[in-house]
Design a binder for this molecule. Sequence first.
Ligand code: ATP
Length: 442
Amino acid sequence: MPIQMQKIISLCKRRGFIFQSSEIYGGFGSCYDFGPLGVEMKNNIKKVWWAEMTKKQEDIVGLDAAILMSPRVWQASGHLTAGFADELVECKKCHKRFKKDELEKNQCPECGGELTKPRKFNLMMKTFVGPIEDEAAVTYLRAETCQGIYVNFENVLNSMRQKLPFGIAQIGKAFRNEITPGNFIFRAREFEQMEMQWFCHPKEANKFFDYWKKERIKWHTNLGIKKENLRAIEIPAGKRAHYAQRQVDIEYHFPFGWGEIEGVHNRGDWDLSNHAKHSGQDLKYYDETTKEKYFPYIIETSGGVGRSFLAFLCEAYQEIKGGRTKTTKAAKEVEVVLKIDKKLAPIKVAVLPLVRNKPKLVKKAKEVYQLLKPHFTCQYDELGSIGRRYRRQDEIGTILCLTIDFESLKQDDLTLRDRDTMKQERIKIKDLIKILKQKLEN
Ligand code: ATP
């Protein structure tokens, strides 16, 4: 694991972003828990994505489908057959298992041993519904959220009186029994997806594919990812997902190498035609103007919340050797600043009394904290020197620090410090909410 990645993982644990699942029992295979700061940041990512899809774009509505679905859904979608299986090989010597397409040589990368012939390994997680664990009760945890959208296509079309083209957006959990999970939350067995399915006329599919590819890259760059750390790889026929006529993987340059954070797929009529066939329902769209009846094509943007989360963290993580704080001995230390976009930062404002042993300062600071709490995600911190507290806030990406000093008691004001510029300005408390809203919302 590259050292940069180890530092980010350690920060995540130390500061309450991400913990390993069931850690007191030694951890549980590639499942993760988001801590108090992690959940704020994850919610922010989802909120920004949801707003982008359902508010900024025209004709996209939301959905929240159940995780458990009829197993017939997964028959129809191709997930129970070869379509959703990886090729697994096992080392005959050390018995470690690997995904065949991730191996460079035909030998075990761990011990050099001989490998078995590849066999298909289905990634769907099985579960039982109802009290009897027999085959009739078997179903699966969804491996992708989008199937919930396809089976509700008619419901949404009719209840919302939609006309093509239109989209359905959904955020939710998905589960895959990955053979080689790893790279922290990059490849987990339980993860969240943010997916938007765009239904359109087959003749318009290519045009919309290009549109959505650009939009999704722009979304990430607008939130702070540098252009040079993103690339879009067009996947050739034969290497695409089983449902895709066209596929672009949007990849981020993680400390461990390039890795997919979002896929844009032209799924053609694969899903609707297969669900029509298996369910016996007519899922074709009737265009009243042209009198044409057809299966819409689907352009999908399928992103992982966790993978984007990790990309935003990696991009924001900066170590500054000395320099930033000039006044104290801390200048010799390495300072960590999480330069995360203000929309995504878990904590927007920290309220800090200059010192903690002056009751009047503490009282005033607590009043300010109570004033702001209903409006912004805030932290109150009185422990340690003010320099150290600024650095603690910088490390978690807090946008603004507010310090209450002796002047504040006389002037009813405070000092506002900006994370990135470290500039300080005095603000009257009566103007505080208005000014913070301006600074945080623009
Ligand atoms: P990979 O090739 O890395 O296994 P994939 O091509 O199977 O990914 P898709 O099926 O296109 O991925 O899923 C869409 C998105 O869901 C991915 O871009 C990724 O952000 C997210 N995702 C998929 N599998 C995982 C996983 N195991 N852990 C975390 N996120 C995942």
